[in-house]
Design a protein around this ligand. Sequence first.
Ligand code: SAM
Length: 234
Amino acid sequence: MSVRVKVPTARAWSTADPYATALRTGRGPLFLHRSDGWLLPLDIERWCAEPDAADRSVLHACHGPTLDIGCGPGRLVTAVAARGLPALGIDVSPEAVHRTRATGGTALLRSVFDPLPREGRWRTALLIDGNIGIGGDPAALLTRVRGVLHPHGRLITEAAPCGIPDDLDERSEVRLHDGIGAHGITFPWARVGPAALHRYAAAAGWVRESAWTVEGRRFVQLRGCHFSGRPADS
Ligand SMILES: C[S@@+](CC[C@H](N)C(=O)[O-])C[C@H]1O[C@@H](n2cnc3c(N)ncnc32)[C@H](O)[C@@H]1O
């Protein structure tokens, strides 16, 4: 897997003034904008708020040292730490890292495709809020996350929400858009429904352990295919 092909996504988010501004103010509008004019709203207000019921279902499933990949302003990593688990957020946006730290969380300015602390020892990894789209290549991302986790670790990830076809498997070039205009460089992004996510996960050596839906958001818990222990297994 080439790490370099993931660089545009990281650079786009890290240098995007509209994203930094949205995180600073806690408000959108902010969108991913495809070249055909289609706009995917980004839920800045929810990301900057306290964890909701759907988030709490994810928090409940976290065990052991937890890595939140693309942690944004840090609501999940901060809540995991408040539950007494070691937790680290990584994000390529300086404002995201700043906000996470300001709310008491621990975060590093780092791409998931860069070397990370404790590689191979994390027990839970999170790819929430559409973050399966990071790099625009779910197969490469799922393979990378396997290398980051302990062999007995779990990945909790989120598919496209209810109302989107289960089979959605979309890879596109997007830019950030603040409702007035598009900003920054074009970067690859992906969206997958649960069936497509399952196919990518199986091909990357993951087994689906559980799946659940809360408030229209669809989550999947995956483990490496060579492991069949209990969640708290160490
Ligand atoms: C769809 S947003 C999700 C925000 C987040 N989960 C939250 O709670 O606010 C994607 C996040 O991933 C980050 N990101 C993009 N590319 C990344 C990469 N290569 N490594 C780590 N984070 C990345 C972005 O800066 C952004 O904060």
